[in-house]
Every structure is written in C-alpha cells, then in structure tokens.
Ligand binder design. Structure first.
Ligand code: NAD
Length: 543
C-alpha cells in the first residue's frame, strides 16, 4: 500500500541567511521591498481555484507606516464559506486517491520554491504586512515554513510505515485515510509559517481544507496561495476565504461534513469554538479532530547561581524580538535579589541601544505592533502600571500611533507576583519582573507554576545542577517547551517540537508526527488467506 517510503529525501532545516552588508540576499530583499511598496495589489479569495471578488474592498497598511497602502483584499460573507466547503468536498475524492508520493512531492517542491524563488517575496510581504525585521521574517516565513513542509513529509512517511504484525494465515494492514469531510484551518497573524502550516499539514495527509486567515495577515497569505498553486496543490484542496471569524465559524460548525479544526490563536477564541463544536456534536458525520495551539504567559526563572549577563540578554531577546508578539515571548520573569542589580543595569543599558521603527531600515531591532486594538490594549496596561503603587516602569513606557503602532519595549518591576501583567497575556513588548529573595527560590518556583492558566514556554537559568534538576522536575507541567539556560523563544521544527498544555492548547506539537497523526483516520484491514469452513472450535469436541 505504501511503497518506497524510505526513498523520500531526508528532511533538513533550511539554513538561515544572514542579510549581512553586501550579501546578495540583502540586495534582493531590498529590491523586493521597493517593488512591493511601488504597487497596490488586489487580493481576491481563492475558492476551488477561482479568484473571487466582492463589492467590499478592505485597505491594507503596514503597521509601521499607516499612511502607505499596500493594496486591498475582498471581504466575503457566509455564502463564500459555503462555496469553499463545497469546493473542498468536490476535490476530496481525487485528492484522497492521490498516491502519497505525489502529495509529498508537491510539498517538497513548495519548500524548494519557498527557499528559492519565493524567498525574497515571502520575507518582504511578511515584513510589510506584519512589521517583522528582515531576520524575524527570514526565520519565520522562509525557513520555518520550508522546515514544516520538509519535516512533515518525513513524519508522514514515518506514520505510514507503522504497520501491525500479522499472524500466520493472515495479512494485517493499516490504511491511513484522510478524515471524512473537510478540515477548517483558522490561523493567527503573527507567524506566516503557522499560517502556512495549519492548512498544509492536513492537506499533506490527504485532507481538503477551508482556510480562514487573520485579516492582518492577508497580504502574506496571498503569497502563500501563489506558492501552493505553483507547487501543484490542485484546485479546491486549499480554499482561502476572507470572512469574519464568527461568520465563518457559524457556517463551518453547522456543517455535517466538518471533520477537523486546526487552530492557532488566542485561548478565548479556541474555547468559544470548542464549546460550539460540543453543542453541535450530533450534527456531524464524524467526531471532529480538534487541534489548537493558543496563548501563553511565558516565564524566565533565574536561580541565584545564574549569570546576570546571560539572564539579561535572554530577557531582552525573549521579550522584545518581534515586539513580544510571539506566543513564546518571555513576559514574566523571576529574578533573585543577589543578581538583580547586575541584570537591571545591563537590561536598561542594552535597551537604550535598541532601535524601533520602520522595518525597511535594517538597523531597527523592532517594528510596530500589529493593529489598533493591540496598540490600545498595550497602552492601557502600560499607563495603568505607571500609576499603580506596586509597579515601577524601569524602561520604555512610551507609545505613539501617529506614524505606526509603536510601543516602546517596556519593563515593569512589580512587588506583587500576582500583578495583572504577571498573569494575563498582553501579546506585546511588555515584560514584568518580580524580584525575589534569593534564598526563597523553591517557594518562588511554586509561584511560577501556579500564577497563570497557561503552560506554553518557560526558561530557567541556573549554574547549580541540583537546583536545575529540582526546577525541571518541579515545573514539569508548567510549560510544553522548557528551556535550560536559554530564552523561551525560537523553537526550530524537527529540533524542539512546539506546543503547550493547560490553557495553552492541545499540545499536539506543530511540525511533528504528533500533529500529523491527528489528520488521519486509520482503517485496519485484515485479510484471511484460507478462511475456515466449519463454525465449530476444537474445544467443542469431547473425544
Ligand atoms: P486571535 O485568536 O485573535 O485570531 C486567530 C484567528 O481567529 C484569526 O484568523 C481571527 O480572525 C480569528 N478570530 C478572532 N476572533 C474570532 C472569533 N470571535 N470567532 C472566530 N474566529 C475568530 O489570535 P491572533 O491575535 O491572530 O494571534 C495571537 C494569539 O495567538 C496569541 O494568543 C498567541 O499566544 C497565540 N499563538 C499561539 C501559538 C502557539 O503555538 N501556541 C502560536 C502563535 C500564536
């Protein structure tokens, strides 16, 4: 059934390019940024391979340059979601029958196209659309997504090779069928790679997909659809709609053929959708697979034995790269009072050198936050911290949306380990630090473990192996991705499978066989070679 599984090319991580001065990639990326800035593009929905426009055109602006218009997308309604479901179901049979080698080849081709001719375009689109620096765009849109494609092909073949044993006289097989129906992929704004993984992982396993991306990621989503088409994904296998989340959800989650939900985004949205699925459960032909990776309140815990410079560097990179808009971003830290003066001094000094602004200026370390709602929310929390008596802002605190949605990298120090910004996910460049008595590190680990509903990522810094061992064990359920002497961000596909538990998601580890296995509904086939012709068993004979 699954021939030549071992012949598939071995997965590897796409090397990250440096964009150093004089490098060809830097010149190519700058030229692409100018090209994209010089035009306004129209972005239709893509349903059954057709470009669909409506009379509702929405303008797209870079978050860091609100006066500039990159183009428009066409907003659809409930009827477009219904069309997308029909198109997906129409494509389902031929796609499910497509031999696995061809599905694999399409996505291996997508990886090479992305790493080659599409690299500058996807990076430039991600920079302009989501306000990522060149480096952040490179590690996300080009490298991580190519890694998802290549490693998922490998995991798919590993899954297919898992076959049962067969006793004498029979042959047992597992057929890894796609789910019966369609998968709904609902994607976040913050990673182009996640936006390109949530529909392709199920599609690779033979499923058809309705994809709704975030309104603030449409511009780079368009490049992904171009890539899928050029790589050979047939019409109808992945259908992209631009519809409000609740409107799309209503059509999808009422449909009897709804068979799977692949989500990354906030915890509140995931919980709401799970409830709706539960309410509608009797309407479906099959129990929908639910996979969701959601929010985080990711911690850095430093032990008294840790190195202050290493801790301060991890805090700066972990909290402020991509404006803290990584689900894994460090947003609460616990620093012992013996190293706090040194950590504070370095953190403040380093932050003074951090530049924020237009991502087309490559000397900037940070861009703008994604939209007005995010800007307003973050500004409110920062302003409250300026006035609250249990908090002090030791760096940043400024915010200005006159040019773009800029929030300064902000460090709040609090005397209350349960202050609101130690508990709630803000999703922006705001780090809150609680300084604890160095000798009370074991008690403080309990605070780390119990403060937040989330369990996505966390890091401990320690040069005392007994303390490291104790913390790793004590915090065993506090994070799905746990780091020792490293920042809590920057997971690499194939190396640190990513996902969290508790309120952070179903922990199905994007970019691993654990995720891929959710998109198949295996059929066991037993074949008997010489079937019995008499119903009686030997035990029934007395003599
Ligand atoms: P979001 O939940 O606002 O949006 C995600 C998707 O859901 C978007 O397509 C959006 O349009 C849609 N949506 C929003 N409200 C909806 C509603 N009421 N009904 C139906 N659909 C709705 O998340 P976001 O702002 O795009 O992304 C940030 C969030 O994603 C953060 O909470 C972050 O922690 C999380 N995230 C988690 C991971 C992870 O791997 N755990 C990775 C990236 C992002």
């Amino acid at each position: 059934m699954y021939k030549n599984l071992e012949s598939v090319p071995k997965a590897y991580n796409e090397p990250v390019k440096s964009y150093a001065p004089g490098s060809p990639e830097k010149a190519e990326l700058k030229a692409m940024l100018s090209e994209l800035k010089s035009q306004e593009i129209e972005i239709p929905m893509i349903i059954g391979g057709k470009r669909i426009t409506t009379d509702q055109k929405i303008e797209i602006h870079p978050p860091h340059d609100l006066k500039h218009t990159l183009g428009h997308f066409y907003r659809g309604g409930a009827e477009h979601v219904a069309m997308a479901i029909d198109a997906a179901l129409k494509a389902a049979e031929s796609w499910a029958r497509m031999p696995w080698e061809h599905r694999a080849a399409i996505f291996l081709r997508a990886a090479d196209l992305l790493a080659g001719p599409y690299r500058a375009r996807i990076n430039a689109a991600t920079m302009l659309c989501q306000s990522k620096t060149a480096h952040q765009a490179e590690i996300d849109a080009a490298c991580e997504l190519a890694d998802f494609f290549r490693f998922n092909v490998q995991y798919m073949t590993e899954i297919y090779s898992q076959q049962p044993s067969s006793d004498k006289g029979m042959w047992n097989r597992l057929e890894y069928r796609p789910l019966e129906g369609f998968v709904y992929a609902l994607t976040p704004f913050n990673f182009t790679s996640i936006a390109g993984n949530l529909q392709t992982a199920p599609a690779m396993m033979g499923n058809v997909v309705v994809w709704k991306c975030s309104n603030t990621q449409v511009y780079s989503a368009k490049v992904l659809m171009d890539l899928f088409e050029e790589a050979g994904v047939p019409a109808g296998v992945i259908n992209l709609v631009f519809v409000s989340g609740p409107v799309a959800g209503k059509v999808v989650m009422e449909h009897p053929d709804f068979a799977g939900f692949h989500f990354t985004g906030s915890t509140a949205v995931f919980q709401q959708i799970w409830k709706t699925i539960g309410t509608n459960i009797a309407k479906y032909k099959t129990y929908p697979r639910i996979v969701g990776e959601t929010g985080g309140k990711d911690f850095v815990f430093a032990h008294k034995s840790s190195n202050a410079e290493q801790v301060a560097t991890a805090l700066l990179r972990g909290a402020f790269e991509f404006q803290g808009q990584k689900c894994s971003a460090a947003s609460r830290a616990y620093i012992p009072d013996n190293i706090w003066p040194a950590v504070k001094e370095k953190l403040i000094a380093d932050l003074k050198t951090v530049k924020m602004g237009d991502v087309e200026d490559f000397t900037n370390f940070m861009g703008a936050v994604i939209d007005k709602a995010s800007f307003d929310k973050l500004s409110m929390y920062i302003d409250n911290a300026l006035n609250d008596k249990e908090t002090e802002i030791i760096a940043g605190g400024g915010h200005d949306d006159s040019v773009g949605y800029f929030i300064e990298p902000t460090v709040i120090v609090t005397t209350d380990p349960h202050y609101v910004t130690m508990e709630e996910e803000l999703f922006g460049p705001v780090l809150t630090i609680y300084v604890y008595e160095a000798e009370k590190w074991e008690e403080t680990l309990e605070v780390v473990d119990t403060t937040s509903i989330y369990a996505l990522t966390g890091a401990i810094f320690s040069n005392d192996r007994y303390a490291t061992d104790y913390a790793v064990d004590y915090l065993s359920q506090a994070a799905g991705n746990f780091y020792i002497n490293d920042k809590p961000t920057g997971a690499v596909v194939g190396q640190q499978p990513f996902g969290g538990a508790r309120a952070s998601g179903t922990n199905d580890k994007a970019g691993s066989y654990l995720n891929m296995i959710r998109w198949t509904s295996p059929r066991t086939i037993k074949e008997t070679f010489d079937p019995p012709k008499d119903y009686r068993y030997p035990f029934m004979i007395e003599e």
